[in-house]
Write a protein that binds this ligand. Structure first.
Ligand SMILES: *Cc1c(COP(=O)(O)O)cnc(C)c1O
Length: 327
């Protein structure tokens, strides 16, 4: 870790990513990345899909949870971890807590994706369903942390989560070193920040493009403004749903990101259907956002070698009904 000279924040380095890989690989084998003929035909680009949806929790975030808990001091582990999340961050913590036998409490909004809530319970974490919105769950999470002395784990302002998640990009860049562009969906920005750390070192000439939903543009607008801003947060894609930028990830994105795109929720749903129909791949909304970005700007990506990260597969039943066209 290095301390940022302007803000004092601890920022993960490439060495932290290599250390994280040594901790994570014995638990999680590398995920596949394949060229997709069907998605290449659909987009006009040469599309490579990094299948993070094949992780045991159905999303890349598990890498971050494992790295964080692996490096936690024994005393902190005994007290346990607590997270609030609309889904995959929760599953990541619950999975890692189970692996290391650490107590884990998760706070989710009452209307959370039932697929994700059930998965958290199945992993053995205590699930507290509280509030109508993410902000209300957040307030409850802070109360519980104070009462129980557990370690609160942010979804994005955590250098060790970012270092863990970066192992996906280590695999990606080493499998396919001659890419023209990598497209990554963004919520809190841990995945995109992780990609920055790896590509800055191993693929400095590769374009690196982030994408968020226009219905929840906080990370996008924070990057464009050069400071953390709050924005309305109404996207149906839980993985992309944040109402505010995060200091740590914005700090890392500032230097390396080539561009940040916004796509509509309708485009995301269409891309989810394309993943399912053309590539036989189950993606939740956030997991299809990178494909939506390439489809939205075909001219820009035409003929280029583009990696899209399918970040997650945890679509609810209602969501699947919505994306599959009738008739
Ligand atoms: C969390 C998540 C994202 C966004 O990742 P951040 O690190 O929060 O930017 C994208 N896709 C899925 C499936 C996610 O769970």
């Amino acid at each position: 870790m290095v301390r940022c000279q302007c803000c004092g924040m601890r920022v993960p380095t490439f060495t932290d990513v290599l250390d994280a890989r040594d901790r994570i690989t014995p638990v999680l084998p590398p995920t596949p990345m394949w060229h997709s003929t069907a998605l290449s035909a659909a987009t006009g680009a040469e599309i490579f899909v990094k299948y993070e949806n094949t992780q045991p929790i159905g999303a890349f975030k598990v890498r971050g949870g494992l790295n964080l808990l692996a490096t936690m001091p024994e005393r902190e582990r005994a007290a346990g971890v607590l997270g609030y999340s609309t889904g995959n961050h929760a599953q990541s913590l619950a999975y890692a807590a189970r692996h290391f036998d650490v107590p884990c409490t998760i706070v989710m909004p009452e209307n959370a994706n039932p697929t994700k809530a059930a998965a958290v319970r199945a992993l053995g974490a205590e699930l507290v369903e509280f509030g109508a919105t993410f902000d209300e769950s957040s307030a409850r999470a802070h109360e519980l942390v104070a009462e129980r002395g557990m370690r609160l784990v942010s979804a994005a302002n955590e250098p060790r989560l970012v270092a863990g998640v970066a192992t996906a990009y280590l695999e990606l860049v080493r499998t396919q070193p001659d890419l023209d562009a990598i497209v990554v969906p963004v919520g809190g920005g841990s995945g995109a920040a992780a990609a920055c750390i790896v590509t800055a070192r191993l693929a400095p000439r590769c374009e690196f493009i982030a994408v968020q939903s226009a219905a929840s543009p906080a990370a996008h607008d924070s990057w464009r403004a050069g400071e953390v801003v709050e924005r309305p947060n109404t996207t149906a894609a839980e993985g992309l749903a944040t109402g505010s930028g995060f200091e740590l990830t914005q700090r890392i994105l500032r230097d390396r990101l080539t561009d940040f795109m916004l796509v509509d929720d309708a485009d995301i749903a269409a891309a989810q259907w394309s993943m399912l129909r053309d590539a036989h791949t189950l993606a939740e909304g956030a997991g299809a956002a990178a494909l939506a970005a390439v489809l939205a700007q075909r001219d820009r990506f035409a003929g280029k070698r583009v990696a899209i990260v399918c970040t997650g597969a945890n679509a609810s039943q209602a969501e699947l009904r919505r994306i599959i066209p009738r008739g």
